[in-house]
Design a protein. Structure first.
Length: 424
């Protein structure tokens, strides 16, 4: 078992350590360019509108086929989505299923796959004429597959960041919502049993009551009782209707019904809403791992942007920066502002270059970027403690050197005294 757990932990560590390399190919630049993102957003919105129009026309004109232009637009959107998924799969390869956008990638891939099957089945049914038993079976499958068009409208959430944020909060609050619904069902079940027993006893004692039809229609079973109570507190029916029915069972049940409506409207529903809202809000608070990951991504992004900017300093294309190049480039106001925005306040250009490059007159671009990223920003507590530690080390070495020099001076004095040379 220990070997199995070790092997499993090793596999998990390997899986978590997987990190997609940076994609710099022409296809990757094309897929994630601003123009491609804009076109994708337009096509998603167009496809959403087409789905809404086609669904509206289908219900209004059941025996009339859809206009050909709608079918052409829908087919064009499907071709675009298929190409988009294939290009992303070509760019990311295996990482298509495990990167940061894996959920949306899988969603797009499944929807495109189902839509393609829908298109193939539709063509097959049209060729057969739709009269034989096989065509009827195909049509039943089509009714299920065409539901994928509805889920395709969720792609519009990728266009608007606010909608995606709301969906994320709803997704993370589903657990709290589930247990809240369980609590509501439990309370409906308890009060339904209470009213069922009271009304059942009332029917036994008054078998000729004229209100029997209302009692059986609304509280004739446990399911009908729970549904009636749910309608009473959610506005599905005026609660006074059910109050008059429950009042037939006695004053106690009347007060219990009033207590039930008050409990649900002023306590339970507000508590459930508060719990769900709290979970939705806390879902957006990043944890420590997410903060570290985001900070690491931010630093890497800043380093990459700064490296691209430093490439302009290398006029000879040798991958190194000289002091003269840096001094000339720092006369550009854009360069000064850019470095200041990264926390690099350069007041003395020569001193700054010497701190980064040391005693050399030139430095490689990678070493220059690494040195600049190390000294950017204000000093932290760790930097202060590091300087204090180094100061103590230097002080101890000086004290030791002082003692050694003092000992050597004493030896020299003794040597001079022994030789009989007079000291001044």
């Amino acid at each position: 078992p220990s070997k199995l757990m070790y092997s499993f932990k090793k596999q998990v560590d390997w899986w978590e350590a997987l990190e997609e390399p940076r994609r710099t190919s022409c296809v990757a630049r094309l897929v994630y360019s601003e123009i491609s993102s804009t076109v994708s957003a337009v096509v998603i919105l167009l496809n959403t509108i087409v789905i809404g129009v086609s669904s509206d026309l289908q219900i209004q004109y059941l025996d009339t086929p859809l206009p050909s232009w709608l079918l052409v637009v829908e087919a064009s959107c499907l071709i675009f989505f298929t190409l988009e998924v294939l290009l992303k799969l070509w760019v990311h390869r295996f990482y298509f299923f495990i990167n940061n956008d894996a959920q949306w990638n899988l969603f797009d891939a499944v929807i495109v796959f189902i839509s393609l099957i829908d298109a193939v089945f539709t063509i097959a049914v049209e060729k057969n004429g739709g009269s034989d038993s096989n065509s009827i079976a195909f049509m039943r499958i089509l009714r299920i597959l065409r539901a994928a068009k509805i889920f395709r409208t969720f792609r519009v959430l990728k266009v608007f960041r606010e909608l995606a944020t709301i969906l994320k909060g709803f997704e993370r609050g589903m657990v709290s919502l589930f247990w809240s619904l369980v609590m509501l069902l439990f309370l409906l079940f308890v009060f339904s049993l209470l009213f069922l027993q009271g009304l059942a006893q009332h029917l036994l004692d008054n078998q000729t009551s004229t209100a029997d039809e209302g009692v059986l229609a609304n509280f004739g079973s446990l399911w009908h009782s729970m549904l009636s109570l749910y309608m009473a507190v959610t506005g599905g029916e005026d609660w006074i209707v059910f109050f008059h029915i429950v009042h037939e069972a006695g004053t106690f049940y009347s007060f219990m019904f009033l207590f039930f409506t008050m409990l649900f409207n002023f306590a339970i529903l507000n508590i459930v809403t508060g719990v769900f809202v709290e979970k939705a809000i806390t879902a957006f608070i990043p944890n420590r791992a997410e903060l570290l990951h985001e900070e690491r991504r931010r630093l890497i992004g800043e380093a990459d942007a700064f490296r691209e900017m430093c490439m302009k300093l290398d006029r000879s294309n040798v991958g190194r920066i000289t002091l003269d190049d840096f001094m000339e480039f720092m006369q550009n106001e854009t360069m000064v502002v850019c470095m200041a925005s990264m926390g690099l306040q350069v007041h003395d250009v020569q001193l700054f270059f010497k701190v980064v490059a040391g005693s050399h007159n030139d430095i490689s671009i990678d070493d220059f970027v690494e040195g600049c990223m190390a000294i950017k920003g204000t000093a932290t507590g760790l930097d202060v403690q590091k300087q204090l530690h180094e100061t103590r080390v230097i002080a101890n070495k000086l004290r030791q050197l002082q003692l050694e020099l003092k000992g050597q001076a004493e030896e020299i004095k003794r040597a001079i005294a022994d030789s009989g040379i007079a000291t001044i």
